[in-house]
Design a protein around this ligand. Structure first.
Ligand code: MN
Length: 331
């Protein structure tokens, strides 16, 4: 049984937002374009309704990473230390309040909090739930909320929404993409987005050292054909030393490269965090639900994309992953 209502409470969310005067919108830590794009789009919509809006991420002295600094609405972003207590909090693309970092307290202390998310592993925090595990991106739900608030779709809002939608669908390649997804994308084109520039900023714009890191990670990739009852696993690891000054998003490209491997149903990348722990990212092609695998390992996610933080050393983390994949493959 899921820890949330299966029917999004749109009318509850709209009336709470209409009655509010100050709103804090939180994206998950190490935000991607879906989390931050959704937060900024909603922020711009609420600003146009005369609300006082803050957008933040619960990381010390948070600043928008360079890879996302083209998103409209940057003037709404405040570091968590400067957040003024709002009367309503919205979380975007966050399945567990632990992923809100230092702002989890702000959400849990707020009299009204709206959780907007598309993770099947959503844990049920917040007082109003707008959860749809079938939605291809939180950004699609953000647009529905903006529509229901009666706010006009400006080019800035459309740009922020498109960034989330294009990212979470892998440029409209992933399984969750539907005819409705493309109809939403068409609306965003009609609103005037510059999709070619956005695609370059989102997918094809990295410093040279990212290419060097990619080469290193790919060269050290391991193919285990026996893993997952013979479905196959391809994996690599990126240590702190390999990472250098690379931002988080560039490392996502590594798993996108690995998952092309024909001989492997599953791709995994282990990234070492600043505190030395290993964060695992998982992708599957069809059969294996890596969201369930990641949940068993203490993380969470979707059928085709998921992640967790390993508490062991790298060899043990790889061994644990293989054990869980074996369980998953045997059903
Ligand atoms: Mn998302």
């Amino acid at each position: 049984m899921a820890a949330y209502s299966q029917t999004p409470d749109w009318s509850g969310a709209v009336s709470a937002l209409r009655q509010s005067t100050s709103v804090l919108i939180i994206a998950h830590v190490t935000p991607d374009a879906d989390a931050l794009g959704s937060a900024l789009a909603i922020g711009l919509a609420l600003e146009s309704l005369g609300k006082s809006v803050q957008v933040s991420v619960g990381e010390p002295q948070f600043q928008v990473p360079m890879s996302l600094n083209f998103l409209p609405g940057q003037h709404l972003v405040v570091p968590p230390e400067n957040v003024v207590v709002p009367d309503l909090v919205v979380s975007c693309d966050t399945s567990s309040d632990a992923r809100l970092g230092s702002l989890a307290e702000s959400l849990n202390a707020a009299p009204i909090s709206i959780a907007l998310d598309h993770h099947a592993s959503f844990t049920g925090f917040g007082t109003i739930h707008l959860i749809d595990p079938v939605a291809p991106a939180t950004a699609a739900l953000a647009l529905e909320l903006i529509d229901r608030l009666g706010v006009e779709l400006t080019v800035d809002i459309a740009t922020a929404i498109y960034s989330g939608l294009a990212t979470d669908t892998g440029s409209f390649k992933f399984q969750g993409t539907t005819a409705d997804t493309l109809r939403v994308a068409a609306r965003l084109f009609e609103a005037g987005i510059d999709h070619a520039t956005l695609a370059r900023r989102l997918f094809d714009d990295e410093p040279f050292e990212a290419l060097v890191m990619m080469a290193h990670a790919v060269q050290h990739a391991v193919l285990d054909r026996q893993a997952a009852s013979g479905l196959g696993l391809v994996y690599t690891a990126i240590s702190l030393a390999d990472r250098g000054t690379m931002p988080e998003l560039s490392m996502e490209r590594v798993i996108e490269a690995l998952r092309r491997t024909s001989e492997a149903e599953i791709a995994a990348v282990f990234k070492q965090a600043d505190d030395g722990t290993w964060k695992g990212s998982l992708r599957s092609k069809t059969e294996i639900n890596v969201g369930a695998v990641a949940t068993a390992l203490g993380g969470g996610g979707h059928h085709y994309a998921a992640g967790w933080t390993a508490t062991q050393d790298l060899d043990a983390a790889i061994a644990n992953l293989k054990t869980e994949l074996e369980f998953a493959a045997r059903g």
